[in-house]
Design a protein around this ligand. Structure first.
Ligand SMILES: [Zn+2]
Length: 365
């Protein structure tokens, strides 16, 4: 006869009660944890959230990667969970430590998010050393460069965007000091009193301008020469006669010009009216001084307004307008035009920019 294994009644009751307790205590947390995981939190973070009693608070908020990453970290202050909910996570070294220090320094959450997004690891120390109350305003400007930060502060003119743009253009520097030198030709090269050419600089394809568009022999880079000829011939069809007056100048020629006027009138004249060798846009083969075939003074010719209104269609910009003297550092030159290509020329024309501004906004990385 088989002996049935049967537990005695009291035992069965005790086991049942234990089972119910087990199911209840396991079911509810596992349900919460399951829901947190459905909310994108990792298993371990979900358990930590549950154990920290933050389930009710966090389940109704958007998923926070910052909390997910740091809730199990010993340096994470559970009491500050609401703050961390608004702090965007960035995968970078010492993220939690740096963020904590910024919070202690009373930076706003908005600023902390910008700082973590944009500044290098090295910059944090500056933010810890002193409270930079307006760092967010600087960081809002797209062209902000952290290596120029001290210069921005020194130059500050009340407008963050203009301060940043003008310092990036080097307007805080003396003319011809601490200049950037390039030996590389391109249609977008910037040459001014802060950007010069080196001794190895060469215009790769100097081309003579066709004789119907110039009186003397004048050379430009091939693309610029062709664009100028097109403009000159289109203008003629409409009754306007323009000619290239002065285009490419070698370093030696500009040296001759510089020395000639230096001997004649002295350095202060030169600083105002003559460009130092190496810093003239005429070295690039992209600049052209235009003259009218009918009038000795270009500004008074009927050609001048025509060129101003139409040159962008051929890739040229009016390089030194009266309104931009403080930025270009060159007195108004009605006759000087610069080839930059049609797309850039159109943008500059439509937005009333100087080439320095355009360069700082879009090309200076
Ligand atoms: Zn010129």
């Amino acid at each position: 006869m088989k002996k049935k294994l049967r537990l005695k009644l009291p035992f069965r009751i005790i086991l049942t009660v234990l089972a119910i307790i087990l199911i209840v205590t396991l079911y509810f947390p596992s349900r919460s944890i399951y829901k947190l995981m459905k909310h994108d939190y990792s298993l371990l973070s979900s358990i930590a959230i549950y154990r920290a009693d933050l389930y009710d608070e966090l389940i109704k908020e958007d998923y926070s990667k910052t909390i997910d990453k740091f809730i199990r970290n010993k340096d994470f202050d559970i009491d500050d969970y609401e703050t961390y909910l608004d702090i965007e996570y960035y995968d970078r070294p010492n993220f939690l430590t740096n963020t904590k220090k910024l919070l202690e320094k009373k930076y706003t959450i908005e600023d902390i998010n910008k700082i973590n997004a944009k500044l290098s690891d090295e910059f944090y120390q500056k933010l810890f050393d002193e409270y930079i109350y307006d760092i967010g305003k600087y960081l809002d400007v797209q062209y902000f460069k952290e290596e120029n930060f001290e210069r921005y502060k020194a130059y500050f003119n009340g407008n963050y965007e203009k301060t940043i743009l003008y310092v990036n253009i080097d307007l805080d520097k003396e003319d011809y000091t601490d200049t950037t030198i390039t030996n590389e030709f391109s249609n977008t090269i910037l040459i001014n009193k802060h950007h010069g050419i080196g001794e190895d600089f060469k215009v790769p394809d100097l081309t003579a301008i066709a004789s119907d568009c110039t009186e003397d022999e004048n050379y430009m880079s091939k693309e610029a020469a062709e664009a100028f000829e097109k403009m000159c011939r289109d203008a003629r069809k409409q009754g306007y006669d323009i000619l290239a007056n002065s285009t490419y100048r070698s370093l030696e020629v500009q040296e001759g010009t510089w020395n000639y006027y230096l001997n004649l009138y002295g350095i202060s004249y030169n600083n105002r009216y003559v460009t130092k060798p190496g810093y003239s846009e005429h070295h690039t083969g992209l600049a052209v001084d235009i003259k009218s075939a009918h009038s000795a003074v270009f500004k008074n010719s009927k050609e001048y307004p025509w060129v101003l209104e139409n040159c962008y269609k051929y890739g040229f910009i009016h390089r030194y307008p009266e309104s931009k003297v403080s930025i270009t550092g060159i007195s108004s030159e009605t006759w000087h035009f610069r080839y930059v290509g049609e797309e850039i020329a159109k943008y500059i024309y439509e937005n009333g920019l100087s080439y320095e501004e355009y360069y700082a906004m879009f090309l200076d990385k």
